[in-house]
Ligand binder design. Structure first.
Ligand SMILES: Nc1ncnc2c1ncn2[C@@H]1O[C@H](COP(=O)(O)OP(=O)(O)OP(=O)(O)O)[C@@H](O)[C@H]1O
Length: 262
């Protein structure tokens, strides 16, 4: 997947992304970090074809398996969701329908995207829920989203992707709303997704950026200003934001960051 000199503008002409070039290959994870408002979510939204009202791609494009995503009509683009491109949200509650039991929602995704029968889809759902350590798969499938914790829902979101096995996965701050146990579990699951998928992960979590991501890009005011693996970036930051990030990274509480664990 390649973001090729991608520029995105907001209503009024403000540039949200300026000539962003970034490649994600299968089997690797690319991190994107940077200050709030620098355009990280805009990058993911552009890839998913869900830019905010009035925002538009006004230069460059996004190639996925040789296709120019920005040129596809919306219905073609939607078909890619779940098959060619998966998404791990920041707040998984927003990704599910609060009125419908999880089992039916997972089943619907597998029936539609993989062409499975309901029975086969339920069997796959059970298997994938167990794979993300939701061992009481029957209870999870019988529950509505509101009855599950954020961490459980994030595991369900990843379980669905493990079943779909899309070649590329986008993740927006996938650990920021999780408690330490679920956070560690999600980091391990992102690692599990990596061998078969290319991951583009927006995060400020140094464990995600350091353990999961092979390279990390720093986005500042819509421009990619530096890149490297996390250890390199923190050891010799070039940009002011990265330098501040490196300072606070060293001070994070145990469990959030420690050089010793590297
Ligand atoms: N629909 C829109 N119209 C106008 N401006 C927008 C729109 N959507 C986003 N922006 C602006 O684009 C800029 C980048 O937003 P974006 O959400 O991509 O940042 P971010 O780096 O993901 O920030 P955060 O870390 O806070 O989520 C922000 O200044 C935001 O206000």
């Amino acid at each position: 997947m390649k973001f090729d000199r991608l520029s995105v503008s907001a209503p009024g002409g403000r540039q949200l992304l300026r000539e962003t070039t970034l490649t994600v290959r299968r089997g690797e994870a690319i991190g994107v970090t940077g200050e709030s408002g620098s355009g990280k979510t805009t990058l993911l939204k552009a890839a998913m074809g869900v830019l905010g009202r009035g925002c538009e791609i006004d230069g460059g494009g996004i190639q996925l398996d040789g296709r120019a995503m920005e040129k596809l009509p919306p219905h073609e683009r939607r078909k890619l969701a779940g098959t060619s491109l998966g998404f791990v949200p920041q707040l998984p509650m927003t990704a599910f329908d609060s009125r419908i039991a999880m089992g039916r929602q997972i089943q619907a995704v597998y029936c539609k995207r993989l062409g499975l029968s309901r029975e086969a889809a339920t069997g796959l759902a059970r298997e994938k829920l167990r794979q993300v350590n939701l061992l009481d798969a029957e209870r999870v499938m019988g529950s509505r989203p509101g009855a599950l914790s954020g961490g459980m829902l994030q595991r369900v979101a990843i379980a669905i992707l493990l079943g779909l096995n899309p070649p590329f996965i986008l993740a927006d701050e996938p650990t920021s709303a999780l408690d330490p146990d679920n956070r560690a579990a999600v980091i391990a699951l992102l690692q599990d997704l990596k061998p078969t998928s290319g991951l583009l992960v927006v995060s400020h979590d140094t464990e995600v950026l350091g353990r999961v991501c092979d390279r990390v890009h720093v986005l500042h005011d819509g421009e990619l200003v530096e890149e490297g693996n996390l250890a390199e970036l923190l050891a010799a930051p070039k940009h002011d934001w990265t330098a501040r990030f490196a300072e606070t990274a060293g001070q994070r509480e145990e469990g959030y960051w420690s050089w010793e664990r590297w």
